[in-house]
Design a protein around this ligand. Structure first.
Ligand code: SF4
Length: 388
């Protein structure tokens, strides 16, 4: 993917599900006009989910995910079924591909999961080229002839629009003409030659709102504030330098962090605020799962694996145990943990972040994120959410 492409987290994730041999992979190849998945008459050819980022008109930038059959058997089969179900965690729209007019037990089970997880879904009856009679209430497609494929794409676009969000990263709580200062430390953990995704997105959002952005490192913040004839509407800082920045920015100026606005944008700020309260009741031996959403941007590693564990131990004055995960890996069972502490999740889609927060909720485990916790540790949680 080139630097100008839409980030994966901002793409609509469309998962194709079904039993083995329903023709999922052929249909995916037909929709994408590419040999994205290996197709054969042998059941269970797709052995792991296959993902591809692309433009799919009329939907726009998407990630298409082809999954293994959900009726696969044996030990390996069970792993594939698990992999297919895990894919649901990241789906904004699901397409159930079937060759049956009446869904079988496994397919009905999938529909029940889509409904339970509130994932907008479609049922596409494949192999229309082999059928003699058609039920008008159903959507027929043929991976072989292409029949119905354009309609399927349009229906996917309709479903994707259901998920279109009103919330913006910054643009919906600032106004035209406002000045916003972004504080971005460039230290050894900053990626070489660029700024990270939340910072890029915030800049773009400020431009979209016809507001003005000033960007500086913490060392230049005081002088940057002095330059302005009127105070800025808002200062957004990297969480790691919250403590330093809060001493410079007067109380009369709104102050928040990239991590907090990202939690709001991803739809789990309330959960994160509630989860941060757990810090006050952690006992000796408490187990904390620290999750990072990607492995290839290690700039957050130091904060997650070194600084936060140290700060939490100092704040709670307790012996705490930490475990770490990164990328798309996330434990199935969270019951053993007392707290899940997540990074900003800028590389993960909304659906995946929501499914993680929901998984913690159903296990009765507090869920929060780095920026919210750092604001709490510095006693400025209330201040940093006031402007939102
Ligand atoms: S670790 Fe999390 S916040 Fe940091 S870049 Fe990766 S997804 Fe974004």
């Amino acid at each position: 993917m080139s630097l100008n492409d839409t980030a994966s987290a901002e793409r609509v994730h469309i998962g194709f599900f079904g039993v083995r041999n329903a023709g999922k992979s052929s249909l995916v190849n037909r929709i994408t006009n590419q040999e994205m998945s290996v197709v054969s008459d042998v059941k269970g050819t797709t052995t792991d989910s296959v993902r591809k980022a692309m433009e799919l008109l009329p939907v726009g930038p998407v990630v298409i995910i082809d999954t293994p059959g959900i009726d696969d058997e044996g030990e390996l089969g069970e792993k594939r079924v698990k992999s297919a179900k895990k894919t649901l965690d990241m789906c904004d729209v699901a397409v159930l591909v079937t060759e049956n007019e009446t869904l079988n037990e496994a397919e009905n089970g999938l529909v029940a999961i889509f409904r339970e997880r509130e994932i907008p879904y479609l049922v596409a009856v494949n192999k229309a080229d082999l059928k003699q009679e058609f039920d008008k209430s159903k959507l027929y497609v043929s991976a072989l002839t292409g029949e119905g494929v354009e309609e399927l794409k349009e229906r996917i676009a309709e479903k994707a629009n259901l998920k279109k969000k009103e919330v913006r990263l910054v643009a919906d709580f600032i106004s035209e003409g406002d000045t916003v200062i972004l504080v971005i430390p460039i230290d050894e953990s900053a990626p070489k030659g660029r700024i990270i995704l939340p910072q890029q997105q915030a800049l773009r959002d400020i431009l979209d709102a016809h507001a003005r952005a000033l960007v500086c490192q913490p060392e230049e913040l005081e002088k940057t504030l002095d330059l302005l004839r009127e105070p800025p509407k808002l200062v957004i800082t990297d969480s790691q330098v919250f403590a330093k920045v809060m001493k410079i920015v007067p109380d009369s100026i709104n102050l928040t962090s990239f991590s907090i606005i990202m939690a709001r944008y991803k739809g789990f700020l309330d959960t994160a605020l509630e989860g941060a309260e757990k810090l006050d009741s952690l006992e000796n031996g408490a187990k904390i799962l620290v999750c990072e959403g990607c492995t290839h941007h290690r700039q957050c590693e130091d904060i997650g694996t070194v600084k936060l564990p140290r700060w939490l131990k100092e704040y709670t004055d307790k012996e705490l145990n930490f475990e770490f995960t990164s990328g798309h890996g996330f434990p199935d069972n969270l019951c053993d943990y007392d707290l899940v502490l997540h990074c900003g999740g800028c590389m993960l889609g909304d659906a995946e972040m929501k499914s993680r927060a929901d998984a913690a909720k159903s296990a009765g485990v507090a869920f929060t994120n780095y920026g919210t916790v750092i604001a709490k540790l510095n006693g400025i949680l209330e201040r940093s959410t006031e402007v939102l």
